[in-house]
Design a protein around this ligand. Structure first.
Ligand code: ASP
Length: 318
């Protein structure tokens, strides 16, 4: 079997307190399976890891089940501010956008920053103008809105909390409680040439202050790739920034001599909880090993090596 592989996540969080709908659960699992398969198809055709993670995250953004792109959470002001990052392990080039509201696919804007600008991170109106100048599709801000996310904001404001996409009252029929789910999406891949890449995209946190930026668009915090490992995180963004979580996995491997699973577990089960955070990550190393640890009750996740069927899961131990 080839070591070429892709792994994806659609956020981590709590199990719904409402009765689960088996049908809805299948809906999520099928979406994950289809998106892993799309990534495998790109890799099988000789596509790059960078292309595979771009397309996987673009598909996750397009799917309203996940808190990125369409289906993003609302800010305190009832608006959307989206963040995304992509990183190429070969060159350690990165591109990212933060606080964008009018680009259909923030991950494509991040990729444009990576490839077509001398910069790493662009924000707000300037990032949007840059994306449009490079032919990306603009949308009205309400394109990202869904009724479920609006109700989530109402619940968050009723209890006056800034909620991760996984805190609060249950969202009927979602396998993970939508109010207690960290709904960022991400992908990591290794291609047939052994090159790695990582991508992360998010709507952020429900009821967040306008202008708040989490870990997702920050290389080293919510997204990182070098020649040894690619990492994409989901969780309490402030903690992932303070711990430099994605880079910490790489550093523990490079300087500490840890294996990928050891490094990923150290970050998710020790370093993040030590600062009061929660969440998970997906990572893949240069040998094609995959780790998907999370310290919440579940994490939407899937992976597949070339030539193998996609494996998808939501809950712990499944
Ligand atoms: N990490 C994201 C943020 O803080 C939230 C998430 O993973 O759902 O913006």
């Amino acid at each position: 079997m080839s070591r070429a592989a892709i792994a994806i996540h659609g956020g981590a969080g709590a199990i719904a307190r409402a009765a689960l709908s088996a049908e809805q659960e299948q809906h999520y699992l099928q979406a994950l399976r289809d998106i892993v398969a799309s990534g495998q198809t790109i890799l099988a055709a000789g596509g790059s890891a960078l292309d595979a993670v771009t397309e996987a995250v673009r598909l996750l953004e397009a799917c309203p089940l996940f808190n990125a792109g369409k289906g993003s959470v609302f800010t305190h002001a009832g608006t959307h501010e989206l963040d995304a990052c992509i990183m190429d392990g070969i060159t350690q080039d990165a591109g990212a956008v933060a606080g964008v509201s009018h680009i259909r696919h923030p991950i494509l804007a991040a990729r444009a920053v990576l490839e077509k600008s001398p910069h790493v991170l662009m924000i707000g109106a300037g990032a949007e103008q840059f994306a449009m100048d490079h032919g990306l599709e603009p949308v009205a801000a309400d394109y990202f809105s869904t009724e479920a996310r609006w109700q989530q904001l109402q619940r968050a404001q009723a209890i006056q909390q800034t909620l991760l996409d996984h805190d609060g009252a249950a969202q009927e029929n979602a396998p993970l409680d939508n109010d207690r789910k960290l709904g960022t999406v991400g992908a990591v891949a290794i291609d047939s040439a052994g090159h790695l890449a990582a991508a992360t995209s998010t709507g952020g946190m429900t009821n967040k202050q306008v202008g708040r930026v989490g870990d997702s668009p920050l290389p080293g915090a919510g997204c990182f790739s070098n020649g040894r490992v690619a990492v994409s995180c989901t969780g309490t963004g402030e903690t992932f920034i303070r711990t430099q979580a994605a880079y910490d996995v790489a550093a523990l491997m490079e300087y500490g001599g840890l294996t990928l699973p050891q490094a990923a577990d150290r970050v998710i089960f020790e370093k993040i909880p030590a600062l009061g955070g929660s969440g998970g990550l997906i990572a893949i190393d240069a040998d094609g090993n995959i780790a998907l640890p999370f310290n919440t009750e579940g994490m939407y996740r899937g992976y597949g090596w070339l030539g193998a069927s996609p494996v998808v899961n939501i809950y712990r131990g499944s």
